[in-house]
Design a protein around this ligand. Structure first.
Ligand code: ATP
Ligand code: MG
Length: 331
C-alpha cells in the first residue's frame, strides 16, 4: 500500500515514534467522549438559563482543543453578557444552589482560586467538570491551541505524550506548585516554533484577523476555520521531536533570562516587571501575563528541571518510551 504523505506513519519509522503513535491512538479523546460532554453542556445551559436568561455555556480546554484524552475533564466557561459586572463567586454560589436540585449532577464544590470555579461530576460517571464565569480568554486560547493542534499531524501525539509523561512524573499539577497542562502545551509549541527548521509558525502573526483579541466571543469558534495546514521542511520523527523537547529544556533554555512567547514564536528577554519575576515564565498568548505563576517554590522548580534532565538522559540511552513512561502508569 503506498503511503499517504498525510499519514502519521511518515513520522513513525522508529520504535520510539511507533510507541508514541500507539499511545496517542489508545488515549486520545473519542468522538463519543465529546458527544457525552456536549450533551451535558446543552442540558446545563438550559437549566442555567432558568436563572440567567442570556447565559451561554462554552466547552473549552482539552475537550475542544484537540489535545484531550479519554480521561480529560471538561472545562466550561459561562458567558454572561450585558453591562452588569458579575461577581464570579456570587454567580457560582447561585449555580451551586441550582445544581444541588439537578438530578444528573453530584459532588459540587466551589473553588475560590484566582479564577474561581465550580467543580462537579455528572452523576454515576467519572466525568468531571470545571466551570468558570466570564473567563473568556479561555475560549480564545482554546481555539488558538486547536489551530496549532491541527496545523501539523505530529502536534497532537507529541503533546499527548508530554502531558502523560509530566503527569506520571508528578510535575503536572498547578494546585501543587508544578505545571498546568496549559503551560506544558505552550512549552511544547514554543519548542516546535523555535527549531532551526520550525515545525510550527506563529499563527497569531500569520493570521491576525483569525485571532483578533477583540473579536466577539460568539465568533471565536469559527474564526480559524480556514487556516490551511502548515507546510514544514522539518521532517523529524515523533521520537526525535520528543528527545529534542526534553533536551531543549534540559540544556538549552535559559529559565532565568527568557520568557516563552508562543505569540511571537520566540523567547523574549525577561524585563524587570513583576510578571516576569517567577521561576518559569510563559506568556499567555492573548493577555500576555504569566501562565506558569503557580511554580513559586524553588524546590518545585528544581524538581521540574531535574525531571527534564533525567528523562532526557534515560531516553537518549534507551530510545524506549517505557523507560520514561511505563505502560502500566498510563490511565
Ligand atoms: P487536561 O487535559 O489536563 O485537562 P487542558 O488542556 O484542559 O488539560 P488545563 O490546564 O486544564 O488544560 O486548562 C484548561 C483550559 O483553561 C486551557 O485550555 C485554557 O483555555 C484555560 N487556561 C488554563 N490556564 C490558563 C491561564 N493561566 N490563562 C488563561 N487561560 C488558561
Ligand atoms: Mg482540562
Amino acid at each position: 500500500v503506498p503511503e499517504s504523505p498525510n499519514s502519521l506513519q511518515t513520522f513513525a519509522k522508529d520504535k520510539l515514534s511507533d510507541q508514541m503513535v500507539e499511545l496517542f491512538e489508545a488515549c486520545q479523546q473519542q468522538t463519543s467522549d465529546l458527544a457525552r460532554k456536549e450533551m451535558c453542556r446543552t442540558r446545563l445551559q438550559q437549566d442555567i438559563q432558568r436563572v440567567y436568561e442570556v447565559a451561554r455555556l462554552y466547552l473549552t480546554g482539552s475537550s475542544m482543543n484537540g489535545l484531550g484524552c479519554r480521561s480529560s475533564d471538561a472545562d466550561l466557561c459561562l458567558v454572561l453578557k450585558g453591562n452588569k459586572r458579575h461577581d464570579p463567586i456570587h454567580v457560582l454560589s447561585v449555580l451551586q444552589r441550582l445544581f444541588r436540585s439537578l438530578s444528573y449532577v453530584e459532588r459540587i464544590q466551589l473553588i475560590r482560586a484566582k479564577v474561581p470555579i465550580l467543580r462537579f461530576r455528572e452523576k454515576g460517571s467519572d466525568l468531571e467538570f470545571d466551570l468558570n464565569v466570564n473567563n473568556t480568554v479561555g475560549i480564545r486560547n482554546t481555539f488558538l491551541l486547536r489551530s496549532y493542534a491541527y496545523a501539523d499531524l505530529r502536534i497532537r501525539p507529541m503533546i499527548l505524550v508530554v502531558k502523560k509523561w509530566a503527569r506520571h512524573n508528578q510535575i503536572n499539577d498547578a494546585s501543587k506548585g508544578t505545571l498546568s497542562s496549559y503551560t506544558l502545551v505552550l512549552m511544547v509549541l514554543h519548542y516546535l516554533q523555535t527549531l532551526n527548521e520550525p515545525v510550527l509558525p506563529s499563527l497569531q502573526r500569520d493570521y491576525p484577523e483569525c485571532f483578533n483579541p477583540l473579536m466577539d466571543i460568539d465568533a471565536v469558534p469559527d474564526g480559524p476555520k480556514h487556516i490551511p495546514p502548515y507546510i514544514s521542511r522539518n521532517q523529524s520523527s515523533l521520537g526525535e521531536l520528543l528527545l529534542g523537547f526534553l533536551k531543549y529544556y534540559a540544556t538549552y533554555f535559559r529559565w532565568d533570562e527568557q520568557v516563552i512567547s508562543v505569540r511571537e514564536a520566540r523567547a523574549l528577554p525577561k524585563s524587570n516587571s513583576h510578571e516576569w519575576s517567577k521561576y518559569i515564565c510563559v506568556e499567555e498568548p492573548f493577555e500576555r501575563n504569566n501562565v506558569a505563576r503557580a511554580v513559586h517554590e524553588k524546590i518545585k522548580f528544581d524538581i521540574i528541571k531535574a525531571q527534564f534532565v533525567e528523562s532526557w538522559r534515560i531516553l537518549q540511552q534507551r530510545k524506549d518510551l517505557n523507560s520514561i513512561l511505563p505502560v502500566r502508569a498510563i490511565s
